[in-house]
Design a protein around this ligand. Structure first.
Ligand SMILES: [Zn+2]
Length: 394
């Protein structure tokens, strides 16, 4: 089911479309320079993208901002190409339609039980939901981005190990493709990596040249380093940050080591500190913080969770040298509860002592969906003509 191969480097119209995807509508002159194109190459790229039904050219805005001939404005069409973006969790499927210009619409959460049903049944259900969604959404769907909560071989399209769903070596791409319209690019990846990509492109991590993203989950802690000078999908660095040992005499972790960072800082650890029954999901902990924790509960979080998180942060920043740290999942409300303690902890790192390192919380509710969409748009932004030709045949 693999799609036609793409040229090694993005085409001129791909580069122009990527610039338009990033900025939204803008003048042709501005997009030409953002895409690094010569004026003649940009001219034919605009014509091709117009013929492909991706954009429309509007007369220049009346303003005296530039000398010489004012440049026409390029605008994305509302019913242009889009991708279906989805996040499979053990207990639910979240889907949405992602559009060029980095907007998301029609998001919804559908029931799905990936803990008791077989992978083939779960993926058949996902495929049926998606097919219906694709039929009902206007414009050509050119791809699907699917996020999974575990280790994934992106190239092979295989879920290597998803502990929470007991999936091991599941050929996700081929199982799902059977239930989808032909001609769709199907991109799979891991939730923490997509969340990092989403925050970097659309959310709190915009503008970071080297972003360290940490995602605290109900069980576990993942991470990602995104270097903005390196193309996504090539040599970006996923981190098993949760398994960094911060206390060799600490409690046993699921991985077999003792005293891993996640044992002290994930949704289980925070729930233990405040005396809640089950582990906190990111949404559950955020809700608890908004409804108001008692000062005693906050003190216990400060005493039991923060010192280890600070310790982990200092080591990670020293080793990875980011200019920005984004805390997501259960760590995002923690950053609000104890911003100054975390910042002062961070300043103890050698790197942050010398360089400026920003510490922020994640901004997006649907970071994973945005990230999966960014990955799923890659083929289109590489060669719009080839991808749309295949989509038109489907
Ligand atoms: Zn561990």
């Amino acid at each position: 089911v693999r799609e036609p191969s793409l040229p090694p480097a993005p085409t001129a119209n791909g580069r122009l479309l990527a610039a338009l995807h990033q900025s939204g509508s803008a003048s042709r002159a501005k997009l030409t320079s953002a895409a690094g194109l010569a004026r003649s190459a940009a001219g034919s790229a605009v014509q091709e993208l117009q013929d492909l039904g991706v954009l429309v050219v509007r007369p220049p805005a009346a303003s005296g901002e530039t000398r010489g001939r004012p440049s026409p404005v390029l605008e994305l069409l509302d019913d242009g190409p889009w991708v279906a973006t989805c996040e499979l969790r053990p207990d639910a499927l979240r889907i949405g339609a992602a559009h060029l210009g980095r907007t998301l619409s029609a998001t919804r959460t559908l029931p799905c039980d990936a803990t008791t049903e077989s992978p083939a049944d779960v993926l058949a259900r996902v495929g049926r939901h998606l097919s219906r969604f694709i039929r009902k959404t206007p414009g050509p769907c050119v791809g699907v981005g699917l996020s999974l909560p575990g280790m994934v071989d992106t190239e092979a399209g295989v879920a290597k190990s998803i502990l929470s769903m007991s999936w091991h070596g599941v050929p996700v791409r081929s199982l799902l493709a059977r239930h989808l319209p032909k001609g769709l690019w199907l991109t799979i990846g891991r939730d923490a990596e997509f969340a990092a990509l989403g925050e970097h492109r659309v959310g709190a991590g915009r503008g970071a040249s080297r972003l360290l993203y940490l995602l605290g989950e109900a069980v576990g802690l993942g991470g990602m380093v995104i270097d903005s000078r390196i193309e996504w999908s090539r040599h970006q660095h996923a981190l098993q940050a949760g398994h960094m040992v911060v206390d060799p005499q600490g409690p046993r972790c699921l991985c077999g080591s003792r005293g891993c960072l996640e044992v002290f800082t994930d949704g289980r650890a925070i729930a233990r500190a405040v005396g809640a029954k089950g582990p906190f999901t990111p949404e559950g902990f955020q809700r608890a913080v908004v409804l108001g924790l008692t000062s005693r509960q906050v003190d216990r979080i400060r005493a039991q969770v923060l010192p280890r998180l600070r310790q982990g942060l200092v080591s990670l920043v020293n080793v990875l040298g980011p200019d920005m740290v984004v805390l997501g999942g259960v760590l995002a409300p923690l950053r609000d509860l104890a911003e100054e303690e975390l910042r002062s902890g961070l300043r103890q790192s050698v790197v942050a002592d010398v360089e400026h390192v920003t510490l922020v919380r994640s901004e997006l509710d649907d970071a994973v969906l945005f990230g999966a969409a960014e990955a799923a748009f890659e083929p289109l932004l590489h060669d719009p003509k080839a991808v749309l030709r295949v989509a038109a045949r489907a």
